[in-house]
Design a protein around this ligand. Structure first.
Ligand code: TRP
Length: 326
């Protein structure tokens, strides 16, 4: 049987952190055998909130190195930039005719962004963010899209656009399903609900063990547990939530020790740092290899773009034929 297709994407923001790994990358790596995968670097999407493009290429390469080092395999699935495949822009234009402004204004992810970034006058391209994302997904006829909770509304819009196109012009597109990552979002080192570069509360996939230790040392824990001996509340502690992900087998013991006070925060943090670093060790190792062989990384991107383009061109030919404009 033909494998189902996945289209996964990230905006290139530079080096990735462990939140990206837990929330997306780990899942993509697992899915790459079961599905035929396409991995998109959404560089045009960056422009919706940031017009400073000076670092965009470097950020792309850093992200790609993290993808490869963490285990995405370019032999199994192409990796490519949205901006290098013209069909993204072309299909975006057609899809823009299939959805109302009103529908896009109701997008909860957009509302959150407008609030978080204090935007008082939204640009046209930002309103159209999910339209471009729909083009990303449907150009490769994605059956499934691995995403976090915040992206589900965009997959819903993609389904609506696919339906609308198929009804109007004949069946070309599947209606993709979101594939939700099961693990809850990893909190930042400051206790914020989100690990994010702009909040400066991240552990990077490329952080060496001493850096991970130093960062964890400063992490916020239960404010009522000041010294060893004080009983703590693991459920409000971000280090505890890291243990759940990176040190699952010791969780019952840690919970007990924290509640009774027997386990001090420092020891608990250093244990956690060790577990995170053993996950990161092989990734850092591979990163060093790719950093030394940067031409190899560029070749992988070039080849991914060639493969992606071929797929995108096929779909666009079909779209134009169905629409009688080609
Ligand atoms: N909007 C996604 C995010 O911020 C990135 C993205 C762009 C994407 N195009 C996509 C994700 C297509 C999945 C499919 O995470």
């Amino acid at each position: 049987m033909k494998k189902k297709r996945i289209l996964s994407g990230m905006r290139p923001t530079g080096k990735l952190h462990i939140g990206h790994y837990v929330g997306a990358l780990e899942n993509w790596i697992k899915l790459q055998d079961e599905y035929q995968s396409f991995h998109l670097i959404a560089d045009y999407h960056v422009l919706t909130t940031d017009l400073n493009t000076e670092d965009i290429y470097d950020n792309t390469i850093e992200m790609l190195i993290d993808w490869l080092s963490a285990g995405l395999d370019p032999k199994k699935s192409p990796m490519f930039r949205q901006s290098q495949i013209k069909e993204h822009a072309e299909l975006n234009l057609i899809f823009a005719m299939l959805i109302t402004v009103n529908r896009l204004e109701r997008n909860p992810t957009l509302k959150d962004q407008v609030r978080d970034l204090n935007i008082d006058n939204i640009i046209y391209g930002h309103l159209g963010y999910p339209v471009l994302q729909s083009a990303d997904i449907l150009l490769y006829k994605g059956d499934a899209v691995p995403v976090g909770e915040d992206q589900v509304p965009h997959v819903e819009i993609t389904r609506e656009i696919a339906r609308r196109f198929n009804n109007q012009f004949g069946n070309v597109f599947p209606e993709p399903e979101p594939l939700l990552t099961r693990f809850p979002r990893l909190p930042g080192l400051d206790g914020d609900t989100k690990m994010s570069k702009s909040l400066n509360n991240t552990i990077l996939l490329s952080d060496e063990p001493d850096v991970v230790k130093a960062k964890l040392k400063k992490a916020v824990t239960d404010p009522n547990k000041v010294r060893k001996g004080d009983p703590g509340h693991p459920d409000i502690c971000l280090v505890y939530s890291y243990h759940k992900k990176f040190n699952n087998s010791e969780v019952p013991e840690i919970e007990k020790g924290c509640r009774s006070g027997e386990l001090g925060c420092f020891d608990c943090k250093m244990n956690c740092a060790g577990k995170i670093s053993s996950l990161l060790e092989p990734i850092i190792e591979k990163r060093k290899y790719y950093e030394k062989n940067i031409n190899l990384v560029k070749d992988i991107l070039f080849d991914g773009e060639r493969q992606g383009r071929a797929e995108a061109e096929k779909t666009m030919t079909q779209v134009r034929k169905n629409m009688k404009i080609g």
